[in-house]
Design a protein around this ligand. Structure first.
Ligand code: SF4
Length: 361
C-alpha cells in the first residue's frame, strides 16, 4: 500500500514533470496504446501540462473502439434471433452499428449487460431452454478469463452457451501503425495490463525491427511520468529499447498460464479493426475443435459492407492521426449522452476521456 502511494505522490510527480519540461528540446509524438492510460493521462492533466513539448496520441487501445462496424452488425444480427439471450459488457450497448445498436435491440430481443463471461455462463445455466451468447471484446487482458469460462462450459458440457469472439491482440496493431508512413510515432507508452500477460520480451520487435523506443508503464501519475521520462531519454540518446517501468506487475516472459489457456482455446486469425482495416493474425477465433461453442460457426451471419459511422473520425483517432477536438462533431453533435462513434461511447475511448477531462467548448 505504501509502495502504491509513492506512485500517486504529487511532489514526486511535479519533480518529474519539471524535469521533463526542461529537457524536451523538440516536440515529440508518443502514443499510448491502452484505454486506461488514455483516461489516466486526461484525468491527471498530464497531456495538458506537457502541451507543446509532447503530443500524447491515443492509439488503438480501447477494445470497444476498435471493434469494427461489421462485428457490431453481426452482434445485432445475433440479438434478433429467436430463443437467444445476448450478453455483453455495458460499454458495448450503445456502440452504433450501421443500422442499430444493441441497446436499441433491447426493444425486441433479450440483450443483457454482464460484468464477466462467468455471469453469461450463469445465465445459460439458469435458462436451459434458451441459447446464451456472450459477445466477447477485449485484448490479452480479458481473454484468459473468457478462456477459463470456456473451460467451465466444456467441463459442465453446457450445450446452450456460445461465444462471439471479437477479441484481439495488441502487438500486430502496433506493427501495422509503424508500417503506415503517415503515422509519426517517436515512442510508445506500452499497456501495462496487456504486458502483464505477454511480458516485456514480446514487444522487443518495436526496437529491434523498427528502431522505436517503448516503455511499459503503470497507471498512476508517477508511473506515467516516469515512463515518459524514460522515453524522452531514449529519444535524446538516439537509443531504442523496450524498458519495463511497471516491474511491480510485468515480468520478462509475462504470465505463462494465461498465455497457455489462450492458446488452448483460440487461434490467431486476420480480422478487421475499426479505422485501420484488416490486420493479419490479430484476432482470436475459437479453435476448430471448439466450433460448437462459436456463434459465428453456428449461425449464418450477414456480412456488413459499411466501413464506418458516417461523419465519425474514430478511425483517424485510433491511428493517432487526429485528436478528438479536431473532429468537427466533437462536443457539438457527438457527446457522451448522444454519441456518434464508439470513441465517445466507451468509458476508455479517447473522445469520452477528452470530453470529460479536457473539453474547452
Ligand atoms: Fe467519432 Fe464522436 Fe469521436 Fe468525432 S467525437 S471521432 S464523431 S466518437
Amino acid at each position: 500500500m505504501e509502495l502504491l502511494q509513492r506512485f500517486k505522490d504529487p511532489k514526486l510527480g511535479q519533480r518529474i514533470l519539471e524535469r521533463l519540461q526542461q529537457k524536451i528540446s523538440r516536440p515529440l509524438n508518443f502514443m499510448e496504446v491502452c484505454g486506461t492510460h488514455t483516461v489516466a493521462i486526461s484525468r491527471s492533466g498530464i497531456r495538458e501540462l506537457l502541451k507543446g513539448k509532447l503530443r500524447l496520441k491515443s492509439g488503438p487501445g480501447c477494445p470497444v473502439c476498435v471493434t469494427d462496424t461489421g462485428d457490431i452488425d453481426k452482434m445485432i444480427g445475433l440479438a434478433r434471433l429467436p430463443g437467444v439471450i445476448v450478453t455483453t459488457f455495458g460499454d458495448m450497448m450503445r456502440v452504433p452499428g450501421s443500422r442499430s445498436s444493441l441497446v436499441q435491440e433491447r426493444a425486441n430481443g433479450d440483450v443483457r449487460v454482464v460484468y464477466s463471461a462467468l455471469d453469461a455462463v450463469a445465465i445459460a445455466e439458469a435458462n436451459p431452454d434458451k441459447t446464451v451468447i456472450f459477445l466477447g471484446v477485449g485484448f490479452e487482458t480479458t481473454v484468459p478469463a473468457v478462456a477459463l469460462c470456456l473451460e467451465e462450459v466444456v467441463r459442465k458440457n453446457l450445450k446452450n452457451f456460445l461465444l462471439y469472439s471479437a477479441h484481439k491482440v495488441v502487438p500486430p496493431a502496433l506493427e501495422t501503425l509503424l508500417q503506415d508512413p503517415e503515422v509519426k510515432i517517436d515512442g510508445f507508452l506500452l499497456p501495462g495490463h496487456v504486458c502483464t500477460i505477454l511480458g516485456r520480451k514480446t514487444f522487443e520487435f518495436l526496437s529491434q525491427k523498427y528502431n522505436v523506443p517503448a516503455v511499459i508503464g503503470g497507471f498512476e501519475p508517477v508511473d506515467i511520468l516516469a515512463a515518459l521520462d524514460a522515453l524522452v531519454d531514449m529519444v535524446a540518446a538516439g537509443k531504442a529499447q523496450v524498458l519495463n517501468r511497471y516491474s511491480r506487475a510485468v515480468r520478462e516472459e509475462g504470465n505463462p498460464l494465461a498465455q497457455a489457456i489462450m492458446q488452448k482455446y483460440f487461434d490467431l486469425v486476420d480480422v478487421k479493426w475499426r479505422g485501420i482495416g484488416i490486420i493479419p493474425r490479430s484476432g482470436l477465433k475459437l479453435k476448430a475443435e471448439y466450433a460448437r461453442y462459436d456463434a459465428e460457426e453456428q449461425y449464418l451471419l450477414e456480412e456488413s459492407t459499411v466501413e464506418a459511422v458516417p461523419g465519425c473520425s474514430c478511425g483517424e483517432i485510433l491511428k493517432g492521426k487526429m485528436e478528438p477536438p479536431e473532429c468537427p462533431l466533437f462536443a457539438y453533435i457527438c457527446t457522451p449522452l448522444k454519441p456518434v462513434g464508439p470513441c465517445m461511447v466507451s468509458s476508455e475511448g479517447a473522445c469520452a476521456a477528452y470530453y470529460k477531462y479536457e473539453r474547452r467548448r
